[in-house]
Write a new protein. Structure first.
Length: 234
Protein backbone atom coordinates (compact mmCIF):
# COMPACT_ATOMS: atom_id res chain seq x y z
CA UNK A 1 0.00 0.00 0.00
CA UNK A 2 2.79 2.40 0.90
CA UNK A 3 4.56 1.72 -2.38
CA UNK A 4 1.33 2.31 -4.28
CA UNK A 5 0.67 5.59 -2.45
CA UNK A 6 4.22 6.70 -3.17
CA UNK A 7 3.81 5.96 -6.87
CA UNK A 8 0.52 7.85 -6.99
CA UNK A 9 2.14 10.85 -5.29
CA UNK A 10 5.07 10.77 -7.70
CA UNK A 11 2.72 10.58 -10.67
CA UNK A 12 0.71 13.56 -9.41
CA UNK A 13 3.94 15.48 -8.80
CA UNK A 14 5.08 14.72 -12.35
CA UNK A 15 1.82 16.09 -13.77
CA UNK A 16 2.06 19.27 -11.67
CA UNK A 17 5.74 19.72 -12.59
CA UNK A 18 4.93 19.35 -16.27
CA UNK A 19 2.25 22.01 -15.96
CA UNK A 20 4.64 24.39 -14.22
CA UNK A 21 7.37 23.73 -16.76
CA UNK A 22 5.03 24.49 -19.63
CA UNK A 23 4.01 27.84 -18.11
CA UNK A 24 6.00 30.92 -19.05
CA UNK A 25 6.54 34.24 -17.35
CA UNK A 26 7.16 37.63 -18.93
CA UNK A 27 9.05 40.26 -16.91
CA UNK A 28 8.77 43.82 -18.23
CA UNK A 29 10.09 47.19 -17.12
CA UNK A 30 10.82 50.71 -18.34
CA UNK A 31 14.33 51.71 -19.42
CA UNK A 32 15.70 54.39 -21.70
CA UNK A 33 16.94 54.05 -25.27
CA UNK A 34 20.42 52.52 -25.30
CA UNK A 35 20.32 51.62 -21.59
CA UNK A 36 20.55 48.14 -20.05
CA UNK A 37 17.28 46.18 -20.06
CA UNK A 38 17.70 45.23 -16.37
CA UNK A 39 16.74 41.66 -17.31
CA UNK A 40 13.37 42.62 -18.79
CA UNK A 41 11.89 41.01 -21.90
CA UNK A 42 10.63 44.20 -23.55
CA UNK A 43 12.18 46.79 -25.81
CA UNK A 44 13.46 50.12 -24.53
CA UNK A 45 10.81 52.78 -24.11
CA UNK A 46 10.10 54.65 -27.35
CA UNK A 47 9.00 58.26 -27.17
CA UNK A 48 6.18 58.30 -29.72
CA UNK A 49 5.22 61.97 -29.72
CA UNK A 50 3.33 64.87 -28.16
CA UNK A 51 -0.07 66.52 -28.48
CA UNK A 52 -1.14 69.71 -26.76
CA UNK A 53 -4.80 68.69 -26.58
CA UNK A 54 -5.48 65.12 -27.73
CA UNK A 55 -5.41 62.17 -25.32
CA UNK A 56 -5.26 59.77 -28.29
CA UNK A 57 -1.83 58.07 -28.36
CA UNK A 58 0.67 59.57 -30.79
CA UNK A 59 2.39 57.27 -33.28
CA UNK A 60 6.15 57.36 -33.71
CA UNK A 61 9.49 55.98 -32.63
CA UNK A 62 11.85 58.32 -30.79
CA UNK A 63 14.50 58.36 -28.12
CA UNK A 64 13.71 58.16 -24.41
CA UNK A 65 16.05 59.09 -21.57
CA UNK A 66 16.64 57.70 -18.08
CA UNK A 67 15.64 60.22 -15.41
CA UNK A 68 16.85 60.52 -11.82
CA UNK A 69 13.91 60.71 -9.37
CA UNK A 70 15.76 63.12 -7.09
CA UNK A 71 13.84 64.01 -3.93
CA UNK A 72 10.62 64.82 -5.76
CA UNK A 73 9.60 61.42 -7.16
CA UNK A 74 9.48 58.03 -5.46
CA UNK A 75 12.31 55.62 -6.30
CA UNK A 76 11.68 53.61 -9.46
CA UNK A 77 10.05 50.21 -9.11
CA UNK A 78 12.54 47.33 -8.87
CA UNK A 79 13.75 46.29 -12.32
CA UNK A 80 12.88 49.59 -13.99
CA UNK A 81 13.98 53.20 -14.39
CA UNK A 82 12.11 56.47 -14.68
CA UNK A 83 12.13 57.64 -18.31
CA UNK A 84 11.19 60.82 -20.16
CA UNK A 85 11.20 62.45 -23.56
CA UNK A 86 14.23 64.66 -22.78
CA UNK A 87 17.29 64.40 -20.50
CA UNK A 88 16.08 67.40 -18.47
CA UNK A 89 12.42 66.33 -18.20
CA UNK A 90 12.82 64.92 -14.68
CA UNK A 91 13.21 66.49 -11.24
CA UNK A 92 17.00 66.79 -11.58
CA UNK A 93 17.85 69.67 -13.93
CA UNK A 94 14.22 70.18 -14.88
CA UNK A 95 13.26 72.21 -17.92
CA UNK A 96 9.48 72.55 -17.77
CA UNK A 97 7.85 70.85 -20.76
CA UNK A 98 4.89 72.10 -22.76
CA UNK A 99 1.57 71.13 -21.20
CA UNK A 100 -0.24 68.29 -22.93
CA UNK A 101 0.07 64.57 -23.59
CA UNK A 102 3.28 62.61 -24.18
CA UNK A 103 3.12 59.07 -25.61
CA UNK A 104 5.59 56.28 -24.82
CA UNK A 105 5.52 52.64 -25.91
CA UNK A 106 7.36 49.36 -25.51
CA UNK A 107 6.94 45.96 -27.20
CA UNK A 108 7.41 42.39 -26.02
CA UNK A 109 6.90 38.83 -27.25
CA UNK A 110 4.79 36.30 -25.39
CA UNK A 111 5.21 32.54 -25.26
CA UNK A 112 2.94 29.86 -26.69
CA UNK A 113 0.25 30.03 -23.98
CA UNK A 114 -3.17 31.45 -24.83
CA UNK A 115 -3.94 33.34 -21.62
CA UNK A 116 -1.84 35.35 -19.17
CA UNK A 117 -2.53 36.98 -15.83
CA UNK A 118 -0.33 39.24 -13.75
CA UNK A 119 0.18 42.76 -12.53
CA UNK A 120 1.32 46.12 -13.84
CA UNK A 121 2.94 48.66 -11.50
CA UNK A 122 3.17 52.25 -12.69
CA UNK A 123 4.10 55.76 -11.58
CA UNK A 124 3.90 58.95 -13.64
CA UNK A 125 4.11 62.71 -13.42
CA UNK A 126 1.51 64.05 -13.65
CA UNK A 127 -0.57 60.93 -14.42
CA UNK A 128 -0.89 58.37 -17.21
CA UNK A 129 -3.27 56.15 -19.15
CA UNK A 130 -2.13 52.65 -20.16
CA UNK A 131 -3.07 50.66 -23.28
CA UNK A 132 -2.28 47.04 -24.09
CA UNK A 133 -2.52 46.41 -27.83
CA UNK A 134 -4.74 49.45 -28.16
CA UNK A 135 -7.14 48.56 -25.31
CA UNK A 136 -7.19 50.68 -22.14
CA UNK A 137 -6.12 48.67 -19.07
CA UNK A 138 -5.57 51.66 -16.73
CA UNK A 139 -7.27 55.05 -17.20
CA UNK A 140 -5.98 58.51 -16.28
CA UNK A 141 -6.30 59.53 -12.64
CA UNK A 142 -8.03 62.79 -11.69
CA UNK A 143 -5.38 65.47 -11.37
CA UNK A 144 -7.00 67.05 -8.33
CA UNK A 145 -5.02 70.05 -7.13
CA UNK A 146 -1.92 68.93 -9.07
CA UNK A 147 0.14 70.52 -6.35
CA UNK A 148 2.93 68.01 -6.80
CA UNK A 149 1.70 65.49 -9.38
CA UNK A 150 -1.78 63.94 -9.69
CA UNK A 151 -3.58 63.53 -6.35
CA UNK A 152 -4.78 60.04 -7.30
CA UNK A 153 -2.64 57.15 -8.62
CA UNK A 154 -1.08 56.80 -11.10
CA UNK A 155 1.06 59.61 -9.72
CA UNK A 156 4.76 60.15 -8.97
CA UNK A 157 4.79 59.24 -5.27
CA UNK A 158 2.83 56.00 -4.90
CA UNK A 159 3.13 52.84 -6.99
CA UNK A 160 -0.20 52.01 -8.60
CA UNK A 161 -0.52 48.23 -9.08
CA UNK A 162 -3.13 47.05 -11.55
CA UNK A 163 -4.03 43.36 -11.63
CA UNK A 164 -4.51 41.91 -15.10
CA UNK A 165 -6.60 38.73 -15.24
CA UNK A 166 -6.90 36.21 -18.08
CA UNK A 167 -5.49 38.54 -20.71
CA UNK A 168 -6.78 37.48 -24.11
CA UNK A 169 -5.36 40.68 -25.60
CA UNK A 170 -1.93 39.24 -26.32
CA UNK A 171 -1.55 38.38 -29.98
CA UNK A 172 0.06 35.14 -31.11
CA UNK A 173 3.77 35.03 -30.40
CA UNK A 174 4.38 38.28 -32.26
CA UNK A 175 5.12 41.70 -30.79
CA UNK A 176 2.65 43.03 -28.21
CA UNK A 177 2.70 46.66 -27.13
CA UNK A 178 2.14 48.59 -23.93
CA UNK A 179 1.41 52.25 -24.69
CA UNK A 180 1.49 55.00 -22.05
CA UNK A 181 0.01 58.45 -22.52
CA UNK A 182 1.50 60.71 -19.83
CA UNK A 183 -0.48 63.85 -19.03
CA UNK A 184 1.51 66.96 -18.16
CA UNK A 185 -0.72 69.61 -16.62
CA UNK A 186 1.62 71.52 -14.39
CA UNK A 187 1.50 74.89 -12.68
CA UNK A 188 4.95 76.13 -13.62
CA UNK A 189 5.67 78.15 -16.76
CA UNK A 190 7.02 76.36 -19.82
CA UNK A 191 10.78 76.76 -19.94
CA UNK A 192 10.97 77.30 -16.18
CA UNK A 193 12.08 74.69 -13.67
CA UNK A 194 10.52 72.48 -11.01
CA UNK A 195 7.61 71.00 -12.96
CA UNK A 196 8.92 67.67 -14.32
CA UNK A 197 7.31 64.87 -16.32
CA UNK A 198 8.16 61.19 -16.59
CA UNK A 199 7.08 57.54 -16.51
CA UNK A 200 8.08 54.40 -14.61
CA UNK A 201 6.55 50.94 -14.89
CA UNK A 202 7.12 47.24 -14.38
CA UNK A 203 4.93 44.23 -15.11
CA UNK A 204 4.96 40.50 -14.47
CA UNK A 205 2.72 38.33 -16.65
CA UNK A 206 2.40 34.56 -16.15
CA UNK A 207 0.71 31.99 -18.34
CA UNK A 208 -2.63 30.68 -17.06
CA UNK A 209 -2.65 26.82 -17.00
CA UNK A 210 -4.58 25.35 -19.88
CA UNK A 211 -7.92 23.75 -18.91
CA UNK A 212 -6.89 20.37 -20.37
CA UNK A 213 -3.83 20.28 -18.07
CA UNK A 214 -6.02 20.92 -15.04
CA UNK A 215 -8.46 18.24 -16.22
CA UNK A 216 -5.59 15.78 -16.57
CA UNK A 217 -4.42 16.52 -13.04
CA UNK A 218 -7.94 16.12 -11.63
CA UNK A 219 -8.46 12.84 -13.51
CA UNK A 220 -5.16 11.45 -12.25
CA UNK A 221 -5.92 12.34 -8.64
CA UNK A 222 -9.42 10.81 -8.87
CA UNK A 223 -7.90 7.68 -10.33
CA UNK A 224 -5.47 7.42 -7.43
CA UNK A 225 -8.28 7.92 -4.92
CA UNK A 226 -10.45 5.26 -6.58
CA UNK A 227 -7.61 2.75 -6.70
CA UNK A 228 -6.81 3.33 -3.01
CA UNK A 229 -10.49 2.85 -2.11
CA UNK A 230 -10.66 -0.44 -4.03
CA UNK A 231 -7.51 -1.76 -2.39
CA UNK A 232 -8.81 -0.93 1.07
CA UNK A 233 -12.14 -2.60 0.27
CA UNK A 234 -10.51 -5.94 -0.64
Amino acid sequence: MRLFLKRCALAAFAVVSAGIASADTIQLGSYGTGDASLGNGNTAIDYAGYSATSMTPSAGVGTSYALAPGLLWATAVTGSTWVGFAPAAGPVGTSNPALGYYTFSTSFTKGSSSLYSGSLSIMADDTAEVFLNGVVVAPFAPLGSDYHCADVVPDCLTVDTIFLSNLALLSGVDANTFTFVVQQAGLGPVGGTGDPTGLDFSALLSAVPEPNSLSLLATGMLGCAAAIYRRRSV
